[in-house]
Design a protein. Structure first.
Length: 279
């Protein structure tokens, strides 16, 4: 018997200047409490990043109310469904960056890197090159443990453990990306957008971001050229290409879990032990 999935899950972000983070935090806390939402919102001077879940009507009203603020009028989000609430609580966190890179010179709000939509990317991967005839390489900007859940076939994986390691990895492998069309990708778009901007500033001209990340690709074209699932930072643990959750919820890693760092360290240690044993 199919379980009715009645919890709406959304992921959304926008790079935009925010100077009133404290006041905005209080406003969003009040609205989320009224809407009985759970999840996490990150606010920083460079923008907003949200992972939320709740009743469909209340959550969509929360988002459309946010769009009445001119800074977020063009906010878009990705939707998926679950039969249980994947978050344990609601949090608004104030951060220096909505995705940490430790490169304050990168200002995504000043201009986005060019992107490629999922349908076009699939066509390129089908034909083995972009529309100019250049070979296409997929660059995974996520952490190594996320990549191990699933990734695009033949994607470049620099085995970084946190996004702040991305600039160092780029310096090491930059020459391998020259004369190719590089498509950076991540879960929902935020890391690949910031990474693509950084790569272009480092002199790589043919760099694109996958619009909407892996989740938007799953939503629009399915799992073509992708093997495995996509890890998500909530109680669903990972989503398959048909956007079905992998997790039992009770055993899943949860992003706001205070024991998250310890759990991730244990996972990485177990993974290394398995590789050493040839498993």
């Amino acid at each position: 018997m199919n379980t009715v999935k009645h919890i709406l899950n959304i992921a959304s972000y926008k790079f935009v200047d925010i100077v009133d983070r404290e006041g905005l935090r209080d406003l969003l806390n009040d609205r989320a409490e009224q809407a009985q939402l759970r999840g996490t919102i990150l606010l920083s001077p460079e923008g907003i990043n949200m992972f939320l879940a709740g009743g469909a009507g209340l959550l969509r009203t929360f988002l459309t109310d946010l769009q009445t603020d001119a800074r977020f009028s063009d906010l878009i989000w990705k939707e998926s469904w679950s039969d249980k609430q994947p978050f344990r609580r609601f949090l608004v966190k104030l951060k220096h960056e909505i995705i940490r890179m430790n490169h304050p010179a990168i200002h995504p709000a000043s201009g986005r890197a060019p992107g490629v939509d999922p349908a076009t990317l699939k066509r390129w991967l089908d034909q083995g090159h972009d529309d100019s005839g250049r070979p296409v390489v997929m660059l995974d900007t996520r952490n190594a443990f996320e990549v191990d859940y699933g990734t695009f076939n033949h994607a470049i994986d620099w085995r970084i453990t946190k996004f702040t390691e991305f600039p160092t990895a780029l310096a090491q492998y930059r020459t391998e990306l020259q004369d190719k069309t590089v498509v950076s990708f991540c879960t929902g778009g935020i890391r690949c957008e910031k990474g693509a901007i950084f790569m272009r500033e480092m002199g790589l001209d043919n760099v694109l971001q996958l619009e909407g990340g892996i989740l938007k690709y799953f939503e629009e074209v399915g799992g073509a050229h992708y093997t495995g699932d996509c890890f998500v930072f909530d109680g669903r643990e990972a989503l398959s290409p048909d956007l079905q959750p992998k997790s039992s919820y009770d055993s899943a890693r949860v992003y706001e879990d205070p024991d998250w760092d310890a759990k991730k360290a244990r996972w990485e240690a177990d993974n290394k032990a398995g590789l050493a044993a040839g498993l």
